[in-house]
Design a protein around this ligand. Structure first.
Ligand SMILES: Cc1cc2nc3c(=O)[nH]c(=O)nc-3n(C[C@H](O)[C@H](O)[C@H](O)COP(=O)(O)OP(=O)(O)OC[C@H]3O[C@@H](n4cnc5c(N)ncnc54)[C@H](O)[C@@H]3O)c2cc1C
Length: 296
């Protein structure tokens, strides 16, 4: 289906070139028809621009837009999923894979901006979800927790560096720490919902305790349904009976879990800055070329 929003983003192919061709054709055929051609062009352009404007994205890259909170679900002691309404019921927040949105609260006269990677997918229409971990002294997350359904929050975007292309890796290892799972989940969803993307995925998900593993049942369900998706959990404080990995993601763990360096394989990492730094260094020592390792 034609995406009417594209017209506003890139009018060259759908407006300027057809107009040029009509005018050129009229000039070749007969000058007399020029007023009719111009009238035709004006009508068609007005209709097209109106449709494109009506179907424009709720999210804007540079202008803050208000989004109404539809629902808030507590999924762990300090973590909630917030659902925000899009302008139209059939609109999807179609942002590039692994990209994030900026959220802004004016607190004591100062704009406080924080970033969140939506976890809803390209098929969820009418809303988008963000998963937020709350911090006791967190400036923005404390304010977010006080928002009630029907109230609005300012967002803009999308932003991000990842340029994901289907089949860009033979095997893709995704390493997440805590809330770092959010952009990683976007990548997983994008791959498993595209029948033409044959990438084999391995998720290594590190957390403090088993209870801190966000969206574990959803991830386990994906693992049970998709043979090309495998998950390895590791926790720093395992309880008795824990069968996954224990401790931080380190070189010994990566040596067991990663496929052969390079050879069409890639690694994406998202977690706290220290985790990203350390894993970037380790992958380098293990021979991974920097172009095959991406840190969110
Ligand atoms: C690209 C990007 C995407 C992000 N996506 C998400 C997301 O999907 N979900 C999500 O929950 N967060 C995400 N974050 C983090 C988020 O932007 C905020 O930093 C976080 O919500 C804390 O904001 P705050 O104002 O409440 O805390 P702040 O007031 O900024 O910090 C208060 C205190 O909380 C602690 N703290 C804050 N952030 C962290 C952290 N990440 N790890 C450990 N301690 C911390 C620190 O001790 C800090 O002193 C993302 C960040 C980036 C850069």
């Amino acid at each position: 289906m034609e995406d009417k929003r594209e017209l506003l983003k890139n009018p060259v192919h759908s407006i300027y070139i057809p107009i040029g061709l009509i005018l050129f054709g009229t000039w070749i055929f007969s000058w007399e028809y020029m007023p009719y051609s111009i009238a035709f062009i004006v009508i068609v352009c007005t209709v097209k621009y109106y449709e494109a404007y009506k179907n424009r994205s709720s999210l804007h890259k540079t202008i803050w837009q208000d989004f109404e909170l539809m629902d808030k679900t507590i999924i762990a002691p300090m973590t909630s999923i917030y659902r925000f309404k899009l302008r139209r019921d059939d609109e999807v927040l179609d942002i590039p894979t692994g990209h994030h949105v900026a959220c802004c609260f004016n607190i004591n006269g100062k704009d406080e901006i924080r970033y969140y990677s939506p976890i809803s997918n390209q098929f969820d229409s009418g809303f988008f979800d963000i998963l937020v971990k709350h911090y006791e002294h967190g400036v923005v997350t404390r304010r977010l927790a006080q928002i009630n359904e029907g109230q609005t929050v300012k967002f803009r975007g999308p932003f991000g560096k990842l340029d994901y292309k289907p089949n860009m890796a033979r095997e893709l290892v995704l390493i997440a720490g805590g809330t770092g799972i959010t952009p990683i989940l976007q990548v997983i969803t994008r791959i498993i919902t595209n029948p033409d993307d044959h990438t084999k995925i391995k998720l290594i998900f590190g957390n403090e305790t088993e209870k801190d593993i966000l969206l574990k049942s959803e991830i386990d369900e994906i693992a049970s349904k998709y043979p090309d998706f495998e998950v390895y959990y590791t926790v720093t404080h395992p309880t008795e009976g824990w069968t996954g990995g224990s401790g931080y993601v380190d070189r010994a763990m990566l040596e067991k879990q990663l496929p052969k360096a390079n050879e069409g394989n890639k690694v994406f990492i998202c977690g706290p800055p220290e985790m990203k730094e350390s894993l970037k260094g380790i992958t380098e020592e293990m021979g991974w070329e920097s172009e095959n390792v991406f840190c969110f």
